[in-house]
Design a protein around this ligand. Sequence first.
Ligand code: ZN
Length: 138
Amino acid sequence: MKSYRKELWFNTPHRRDFINITPQVNQCLLESGIREGLVLVNAMHITASVFINDDESGLHRDFETWLEKLAPEKPHSQYHHNTFEDNADAHMKRQVMGREVVVAVTGGQLDFGPWEQIFYGEFDGKRRKRVLVKIIGE
Ligand code: ZN
């Protein structure tokens, strides 16, 4: 069995952003040389997510609106967590959007369903943060 590991780095200009990272994950798969197996992609921070959904800008705005209703950023003082930090909302948004995805690798390709793309969801950005890509198989 082969295994491959890579860290992808991000530094988003905004506190919250969604980035389609499917091209980077595809590049990792190419570098790995693995044709049959599994790809794990996970955020390495507890205020960011990796998730699969549609690359449609209206939907991304809807996610932002929905997450802000569930866990509004402000006022910061509404959260117990925000004594030394201001990112309680980011922890909660990440919890809803998930930590990681696993995608099957078949014939050297990401074996997606219709319209599936992999996204990095940033909820407390403007600093360097990482995503782990781990691929196992043969
Ligand atoms: Zn925190």
